[in-house]
Design a protein around this ligand. Structure first.
Ligand SMILES: Cc1ncc(COP(=O)(O)O)c(C=O)c1O
Length: 398
């Protein structure tokens, strides 16, 4: 049968990375490809305790009943405090929507604002799945250059004038894929520029609590005076990705629109997941667990940076993040990490090609993203050595 697919499907392909994830079922392969939290950071005992309490409570039937689309009221109240910890000091419960992970927050924001053909600005490079979601709404993504401070403000203004975008999407703290963080001044300038030109901003913030070095930087949302920033955060990387909970924070008007969109998507985030997140926060587990996780990720990052120094070719350049889960690297031109990938798999090590993180990927085949949260120290050392040997061999043949 010839299926008559929706036109939006023409722009959608999940191929390259999906293929990589299939390979990762093989336990012999050391994977730097995903973005999974460390297994040792998942709070299994705490969640067992919470679910035992919740399921034995007299009000458990409520968890099995339909819930409100905006989320459990008690969780929403608690999330007010959570977003305040990102500097959003004037938040109230009307600014809060419980979401099924950050991915859904992005999806709902785009569903709320994007018509086919609308332009969305993204950082060069940006979160891969954002590009896929934007494609599913038939948006046109255009890249904005970045520098050591954050977005290149001149390029941002030029692209706003040129493309009249509806939305700017960015991950200002410990970006996926680069691990880089925008300065406070850069955030303020972005908030002002986008407000001046009437551009919405999605500030995606799954990683800011995973800081192992350097100074806290307040969220862009905390600098939003015009109401154009939608802040999206998630408990995936700091509690559990499988529990699928997160928070969107925006003006009450936008939250109401996103809530209506969410009704069509999943009616509400599963109640048990919301309860687990609520109890986890209420019982004060987040702070001590974060302290442990940050130490673990700081050590793993140091381990990968050392291994890179020891084994990767000296021509390899990479970021040195203060938090988050990723190192972003660049080989000299002529190295095509997409073509080399099957050989890396033969050597039992996996990475993600950087090109998939660019809105306009031409000429970006020499970039690579390396995740350090999932593998253990020994695997990081061995895996980077394997990559180093492989890329040194390729460079020698250039
Ligand atoms: C920048 C960014 N945004 C959103 C997500 C989605 O995460 P979740 O839906 O699990 O919160 C991820 C996951 O890797 C991410 O890196």
């Amino acid at each position: 049968m010839n299926y008559n697919y929706a036109s939006r499907m023409a722009n959608l392909n999940g191929t390259a990375t999906r293929e990589i994830f299939k390979l990762l079922g093989n336990p012999e392969i050391i994977s730097f490809a995903g973005g999974n939290p460390a297994i040792e950071c998942l709070p299994t005992e705490r969640v067992k305790e919470i679910t035992a309490d919740v399921t034995s409570s007299p009000s458990f039937a409520r968890v099995l009943q339909y819930g409100l689309t905006a989320g459990f009221p008690e969780l929403r109240n608690q999330l007010v405090e959570y977003v305040k910890s990102a500097g959003i000091s004037d938040a109230t419960v009307d600014n809060i929507l419980v979401i099924s992970g950050g991915q859904q927050g992005i999806d709902l924001a785009l569903k709320t604002f994007i018509n086919p053909g609308d332009v969305v600005l993204v950082e060069n490079p940006t979160y891969l799945a954002f590009l896929q979601i934007a494609n599913s709404y038939e948006a046109v993504c255009k890249g904005v250059n970045a520098n050591d401070d954050g977005l290149d403000l001149e390029d941002l203004e030029a692209k706003i004038k040129k493309h009249n975008p509806k939305i700017l999407y960015c991950v200002p703290t410990f970006s996926n894929p680069t691990g880089k963080t925008y300065t406070a001044e850069n955030r303020k300038a972005i908030a002002e520029l986008t407000a001046k030109y009437g551009v919405m901003v999605i500030e995606d913030d799954p990683y800011s609590k995973l800081r192992f070095k350097g100074e806290y930087v307040p969220s862009m949302k905390s600098m939003d005076t015009a109401g154009n920033v939608i802040f999206v955060s998630s408990f995936s990387k700091i509690v559990s990705p499988g529990n699928r909970t997160g928070v969107a924070c925006a003006t009450p008007e936008i939250i109401r629109k996103m809530e209506i969109c969410k009704q069509g998507t999943d009616l509400h985030t599963p109640n048990l997941s919301q309860m687990i997140t609520y109890e986890y926060l209420k019982r004060g587990y987040l702070e001590p667990d974060l302290e442990k996780a940050v130490k673990i990720y700081g050590d793993k990052k140091a381990c990968m940076s050392n291994a890179i120094k020891n084994y990767m070719p000296e021509e390899f350049e990479c970021t040195d993040p203060d938090g988050g889960l990723f190192i972003w690297g660049k080989f000299p031109k002529g190295i095509d990490v997409i073509k080399i990938f099957p050989e890396a798999i033969e050597k039992k090590v996996a990475y993600i090609q950087g090109s998939v993180f660019f809105a306009e990927p031409e000429g970006t085949e020499n970039y690579i993203r390396l995740n350090y949260s999932y593998a253990n120290a020994e695997q990081i050392e061995t895996g980077i050595k394997r990559l180093g040997d492989l890329f040194k061999e390729k460079l020698a043949k250039l």
